[in-house]
Design a binder for this molecule. Structure first.
Ligand code: UDP
Ligand code: MG
Length: 308
């Protein structure tokens, strides 16, 4: 193939049961004449993951490297550290649990060779996933489609091969609230998509609970659209128009049939309703403000405890 170096970046969090299988699968899948390195990012695992990775690094000196965090900073931080640490002219990010089939690597390399800047993958099915999770995921993608400038691809995975140019663009994005799926789309570049059916993880279990995913989706919305900030204004206008029409109606009715005192329960409902709307608007403001607050601290995304 080419003399270009391929870096395989792989975030790992408590994946002791997967790393060896992953390393073997990579050996079998990368074309024999392709120069490559594997960069494991240990995201503060509390099990034997780092020990296993170190063993592998000893066996495969010069091919396998690792970066180990001081604690669990999350997958986004691990991906960033891996992209920064990768030396390759071409970089691919993939999960260690073999849900991102390494057998696609030759095909992805061909895509890059043929002139694409990026070869991305997406799942075309969500088989094996709880239905409620799929339902929320679909709502999230359709919300983002309507309100955000970046078009997220439903089912897009973080399994992506990129040229050095794309990696440099992604690493240069300074934000702390990193929503990689959005960042990939935002930087642009010519992308080829490969679709595949969902594959269950080879061992271990998912690190993403429903609530973790839900919060991640909210982070994505806050990072890539400001549309919710306008909701309060639109609701406010709607309420004003409604109130004005009601006022007219009450005035005309009073002229025709007099003004008997009535309607206190409905008044209480209206007050509570408006109070709710205001709190809702304030809540949205608060969500953005908290992100601005966290962003202005400019805290590092991770600390490296050791690497090798
Ligand atoms: N991961 C990580 N840090 C975390 C959570 C997950 O580095 O805090 C890694 C994990 O080891 C795996 C990848 O991110 O390689 C995807 O995680 P997982 O398989 O649990 O997610 P799923 O495939 O279920 O969405
Ligand atoms: Mg997985």
């Amino acid at each position: 193939m080419s003399a270009k170096l391929l870096s395989i970046v792989c975030p790992c969090y408590n994946e002791a049961s997967c790393v060896s299988a992953f390393s073997e699968a990579i050996k079998d899948s990368v074309p024999s004449n392709q120069l490559y390195e594997v960069v494991f990012v240990d995201d503060g695992s509390t099990d034997e993951t780092l020990v296993k990775i170190k063993e592998l690094a000893k066996q495969e000196k010069g091919i396998l490297r690792y970066i180990s965090f001081s604690r669990n900073f999350g997958k986004e931080s691990a991906l960033l550290a891996g992209l920064k640490g990768a030396k390759g002219d071409i970089v691919v990010t993939m999960d260690v649990d073999l849900q991102d089939p390494p057998s696609f690597l030759p095909q992805m390399l061909e895509g890059i060779e043929s002139g694409y800047d990026c070869v991305a993958t997406r799942r075309c099915t969500r088989a094996g996933e709880p239905p409620i999770r799929s339902w929320f995921a679909r709502r999230f993608y359709s919300l983002m489609k309507h309100f955000s400038d970046v078009e997220l691809v439903d089912g897009a995975r973080d399994y992506r091969m990129m040229t050095r140019k794309v990696v440099d663009a992604i690493v240069s994005m300074p934000e702390n609230n990193r929503f990689t799926k959005g960042i990939y789309q935002w930087v642009g570049f010519k992308t080829k998509w490969i679709a595949f059916e969902n594959i269950e993880r080879v061992a271990g279990e998912t690190k993403w609970s429903f609530w973790k995913l839900f919060k991640y989706a909210i982070d994505g919305i806050l990072a890539f659209t400001t549309a919710p900030l306008q909701i309060a204004s639109w609701l406010g206008i709607l309420c004003c128009v409604g109130a004005f029409i009601s006022l007219l109606w009450i005035y005309i009715k009073a002229l025709i049939v007099g003004n008997p005192v009535a309607g206190w329960p409905s008044l209480a409902c209206i007050i509570i309703f408006l109070g709710g709307l205001q709190l809702f608007g304030l809540g949205i403001l608060g969500a953005y403000l908290s992100k601005v607050y966290l962003e202005t601290k400019r805290r590092p995304m991770y600390f490296i405890r050791e690497e090798g």
